[in-house]
Write a protein that binds this ligand. Structure first.
Ligand code: GLU
Length: 450
């Protein structure tokens, strides 16, 4: 499918982004996707163009790239590259996760940081946007190696952080364990127990209830709201989830809580079809305990089939939740989903659907909701963790989950109201981009040329 044409008011900005950031393919994709929605906004608000708000938004406030040396268990020196892109702090301290994965380079960190600005804005909470990470591959590394890597990473990064400056959290390859080592090293270097400097902490050392579950739960709360607009629920629905990491696991849990049935999930080697519904206890045991693979799940579960060819999108379903990684659902996957009767696609991961796949889905009338709205539950709960840290308080699971559900409802409604206001009713992409953008843009105007 051919690319859509960018509104002429924003096309020069995109050209400049390509020129200034050569080779950063994912960053270009993320910028383009937002700019495509902004034509009507520029027409309605000439003040944004006068202040060059869109150009300024596309240029990070600060980008940090650093060397991360560490020694492996054999005593050999290893070297990785660390990144933190502090993208926009008009709404609050830079906020966004750290990703440890071999695919990480500046273009990935910038795409994630750019998305994070709008996502964080949509939450309505006081958080700016940023992202970081490293090309470090945690796969096959021992506990001690992970700890030494985290300590080296933080030994450089700490000087750029602070509860009022920049607050990282987890992402792919970074969970509570890594946040623990990072927090420990930050505390040691600064001699401060500054709880609010990182989120995703453990429950005994300043973490929040529901933070672990939040991205997956939040995504399913969002799906519930989408279905509610047509009087439907998840009850009895066949759902396919890609991935089997933190987001996928808790999305599956919440779908099951709400009466749906997740019949397939995946990892980077293959996928499992389990018509009886994914056995979550077994999945958690395999993934969290031994950090195993989906093939291990199939080997231990009667009736489950492990498939290595094709993709998880070959499994017929009514609702699909891509919860693995960027660009995992392409045009072919989208066409197969449609043929299998899929009516709703909601992104649990960041930018998992290619632009071509989005066009295919929308042309077929599938309701499509973008990650910056659907997966905002994770960072929202991070903001709730910051609130608890600031007041030295800790809330109950039930109270925190209710707050999360409320936030997801309001993000959903804000997307639809904004889509209506700008003449594209039902368009979650335009609604999320425009609502996210205008809140940041207004704050940038108010703060002057900084
Ligand atoms: N990495 C997550 C995201 O993509 C969470 C960020 C956070 O909690 O700061 O939104």
């Amino acid at each position: 499918m051919t690319e859509t044409v960018l509104p002429s008011s924003v096309a020069p900005v995109f050209e400049e982004v390509i020129r200034r950031n050569p080779g950063e393919r994912e960053f270009h994709q993320a910028v383009r996707e937002v700019l495509e929605s902004l034509g009507p906004v520029v027409v309605k608000h000439p003040e944004y163009a006068d202040a060059e708000v869109i150009r300024r938004l596309c240029e990070p406030e600060r980008q940090i790239i650093f060397r991360v040396p560490w020694t492996d268990d054999a005593g050999r020196v290893q070297l990785n590259r660390g990144f933190r892109v502090e993208f926009n702090s008009a709404l609050g301290p830079f906020k966004g996760g750290l990703r440890f994965h071999p695919s990480v380079y500046l273009g990935i960190v910038k795409f994630l940081g750019f998305e994070q600005i709008f996502k964080n804005s949509l939450t309505g909470l006081p958080i700016g946007g940023g992202k970081g990470g490293s090309d470090f591959d945690p796969k096959g590394r021992s506990e001690a190696e992970i700890m030494r890597f985290c300590q080296s990473f933080m030994t450089e990064l700490y000087r750029h952080l602070g509860e009022h400056t920049d607050v990282p959290a987890g992402d792919i390859g970074v969970g509570t364990r890594e946040i623990g080592y990072l927090f420990g090293q930050y505390k040691r270097i600064t001699n401060r127990y500054e709880s609010g400097v990182l989120t995703g902490k453990g429950l005994t050392w300043g973490g929040s209830q529901v933070r672990t579950e939040a991205t997956g739960y939040g995504a399913v709360f969002f799906v519930n709201e989408i279905l509610r607009t047509t009087g439907e629920t998840l009850e009895g629905k066949r759902v396919v989830v890609s991935g089997s990491g933190n987001v996928a696991i808790y999305a599956i849990e919440k779908v099951h809580d709400l009466g749906g049935r997740v019949i397939a999930c995946s990892d980077s080697n293959g996928y499992v079809v389990d018509e009886a519904g994914i056995d979550l206890e077994l999945l958690k045991e395999i993934k969290n305990g031994a950090r195993g693979r989906m093939s291990d799940y199939a080997a231990r579960r009667d009736g489950a089939v492990y498939v290595t060819g094709g993709s998880v999108w070959d499994v017929a379903c009514e609702v699909a939740l891509p919860c693995a990684t960027q660009n995992e659902l392409d045009e072919h996957g989208a066409a197969t989903l449609i043929a299998g009767g899929c009516r709703v696609v909601a992104e649990g991961a960041n930018m998992p659907t290619t632009p071509g796949a989005v066009r295919v889905l929308r042309a077929a009338g599938v309701r499509f909701a973008p990650g910056k709205a659907v997966n905002a539950g994770g960072v929202s709960t991070s903001a709730l963790e910051m609130q608890q840290n600031a007041s030295r308080d800790s809330w109950s699971f039930e109270y925190t989950e209710n707050r999360l559900a409320e936030i997801m409802r309001s993000i959903h409604d804000r997307c639809l109201e904004t889509a209506d206001e700008y003449g594209t009713p039902g368009d979650y992409v335009a609604g999320a981009n425009i609502a996210g953008f205008t809140r940041v843009a207004d704050a940038m105007l108010a703060l002057g040329l900084v």
